[in-house]
Design a binder for this molecule. Structure first.
Ligand code: SF4
Length: 219
């Protein structure tokens, strides 16, 4: 390679993170302004919730923000977030460092409101998931995380198809686009799945994988 082409290559490489940050910033502005679900008649509270830089090596994908997340504009900011960060602490991360370095988003980005039966939040419908899907696709393309952690069944199925949590939590799956996928259950206090000791062991195994990957792939 001539010295001129080498110089061009170095320039291209150093330009790319900045252009990705810029493109991600544009995407964030679009997501914040999005009202598609509201316009389609769904009872969401607009104001997309997500965080993290384009340089993130790990991406957490939840189901949808809750009311606390919606009010503060911070993903996993309520009681589910407390449990999630307790888990991540077991894998070696402290919350401020994790939030600064890694990307957090969801299948649908706006608060869907309370469930009609009063138990927790409403799960976003398929139609809402479809409306929001292009945003997640673009986030993945711009951030290019090495490791994806889908949290909860809905997010796990987005990456692994129709699987049972009991079959995949505690494993590391290589995704079709080369990502490593480490599924976790929903950390909500009302998630009965977590009450079973064998499922708690699955979560511990998943956290052990994350701790190992943290060293091996420099997360
Ligand atoms: S959930 Fe997604 S598609 Fe629906 S309004 Fe919010 S950002 Fe737009």
């Amino acid at each position: 390679m001539s010295s001129q082409s080498k110089l061009r290559e170095v320039r291209l490489r150093s330009a790319s993170p900045t252009s990705n940050e810029r493109a991600l910033g544009d995407l964030h502005a679009k997501m914040r302004a999005c009202r598609q679900c509201l316009e389609a008649g769904f009872s969401v509270t607009p104001g997309a919730v997500f965080s993290g830089p384009a340089s993130a090596r790990l991406m957490i994908v939840g189901q949808a923000p809750g009311v606390t997340e919606c009010e503060t504009g911070r993903p996993f900011n309520g009681s589910s977030g407390e449990r999630l960060f307790d888990w991540l602490a077991e894998a070696g991360w402290d919350e401020p460092a994790f939030r600064a370095a890694h990307y957090m988003t969801a299948i649908t980005k706006c608060y869907p409101g309370k469930s009609p039966n009063g138990k927790g939040d409403r799960a976003p419908t398929r139609a809402e998931q479809k409306l929001c899907a292009p945003y997640l696709k673009q986030e993945l393309a711009l951030v290019e995380p090495r490791v994806i952690v889908p949290v909860g069944s809905l997010a796990v199925r987005r990456f692994l198809g129709k699987v049972r949590l009991t079959d995949v939590v505690g494993t590391v799956v290589e995704g079709s686009e080369g990502h490593l996928i480490v599924p976790l259950p929903h950390p909500s206090g009302v998630n009965l799945w977590l009450n079973r000791p064998e499922n708690q062991e699955r979560v511990t195994e998943a956290l052990t994988h994350l701790q190992r990957l943290r060293q091996e792939v420099d997360l």
